[in-house]
Design a protein around this ligand. Structure first.
Ligand SMILES: [Zn+2]
Length: 189
């Protein structure tokens, strides 16, 4: 997808937060999100993919983002169910709750670019606001149906379809392969 690199990156973080922090099923197995220090570590990793510096995330902030991840999941599920209206309402609520507000920033030798700050000036608050804004940008575009939930059996991990033709149906290659293998077995039976 090509909104801009910042939006793409933020939406990717939203996907990671949902898939890491919400319970359900993953790739054919029950999935329980991490807790305690494992959750804090997972959140630090999720909000700084490939970053040169690591972010300090507190247990409270990790807990806050776990709550945000549940709200973000609802948006993906609404789109997957074909209910863009519900997705938009959920996203608007999240924008209000996170107090998302745009702010031009310039750091590390980069040109001016828009960041989304949230309530409290915390990392968790800023990421919650950023993720809500990222989904809002997607939902407000012609690519609004690109948010999805894996259609493989026993998997409810989410994804954003960045393919050119928008035909993605699975969270991952393993899920795609599971479905392909099952279909092949069914045909040869
Ligand atoms: Zn899957």
């Amino acid at each position: 997808m090509n909104f801009n690199s910042h939006t793409d990156a933020v939406v990717a973080v939203a996907v990671t937060l949902v898939n890491t922090l919400t319970a359900g099923e993953s790739r054919g197995r029950p999935y329980a999100p991490p807790s305690g220090e494992e959750r804090t570590a997972a959140v630090s990793l999720a909000v700084a993919p490939g970053a040169s510096r690591s972010y300090e995330v507190s247990a409270e902030q990790a807990a806050e983002l776990a709550g945000v991840a549940e709200a973000l999941r609802t948006v993906f599920e609404s789109v997957a169910a074909g209910d863009i209206d519900a997705a938009a309402h959920h996203t608007n609520r999240l924008l209000a709750e996170t107090d998302a507000r745009p702010h031009l920033d310039r750091h590390d030798g980069e040109p001016w670019h828009v960041h989304f700050h949230g309530r409290g000036g915390t990392l968790a608050g800023d990421w919650a606001a950023s993720c809500a804004t990222g989904l809002a940008v997607v939902l407000g575009s012609e690519l609004c149906d690109r948010l999805g939930v894996c259609t493989a059996p026993h998997c409810d991990r989410v994804y954003v379809d960045t393919s050119r033709n928008g035909t993605r149906r699975f969270c991952s290659t393993p899920c795609q392969n599971r479905v392909k293998t099952a279909a092949f077995r069914a045909r040869s039976a």
